[in-house]
Design a binder for this molecule. Structure first.
Ligand SMILES: Cc1cc2nc3c(=O)[nH]c(=O)nc-3n(C[C@H](O)[C@H](O)[C@H](O)COP(=O)(O)O)c2cc1C
Length: 142
């Protein structure tokens, strides 16, 4: 389904628009009653063999989302429904910055790859800290 339907639609958009569009769609789907449950049932794998304890933290599996995808910490709750063992947010800089001018993300279809020279666009450290304080009450796991 991805190759025959979803990918051709996403490829009608620029890579950066496709990134934002996908996140909006994911958030809408998760907001439907049962949406989060459905995604978690499909993508979360619970298996003790996959757990890893590193520096005193236990992760449900060793596959994480690398920094750069959720630069401002806006999407980690949505991404957690996809089964990642951990999510690294950022890069965030002390001051907000716009990043490089567009276009700054390029598809290399023959290589199934992207060239990314975003230039660390982000809303800055203070915004992210406030967002995390509001969105991540102490002790709650996403
Ligand atoms: C602390 C840290 C911050 C990073 N920030 C970004 C970022 O803002 N944007 C980005 O495209 N990649 C960033 N990266 C690189 C990606 O997380 C990732 O390492 C890169 O896409 C290569 O992926 P790979 O290690 O799976 O090959 C960061 C990596 C680290 C360790």
């Amino acid at each position: 389904m991805y190759k025959s339907i979803i990918k051709p639609i996403l490829f009608l958009l620029s890579p950066e628009k496709a990134h934002h569009f996908t996140l909006v769609i994911l958030k809408v789907m998760l907001a439907f009653p049962g949406g989060r449950w459905l995604f978690e049932s499909l993508y979360r794998v619970k298996d003790k063999k996959l757990e890893r304890t590193v520096f005193g933290l236990t992760f449900p599996n060793p596959v994480g989302l690398a920094a750069g995808f959720d630069k401002d910490g806006k999407h980690y709750k949505a991404m957690s429904a996809l089964g990642f063992g951990f999510i690294e947010i950022g890069t965030v800089t002390p001051e907000p910055q716009a990043g490089n001018s567009l276009p700054r993300l390029f598809r290399l279809p023959a290589d199934d790859a992207l060239i990314n020279r975003m230039g660390f666009n982000n809303e800055g450290l203070d915004e992210m800290v406030e967002r995390l304080k509001k969105g991540h009450p102490k002790g709650r796991r996403w």
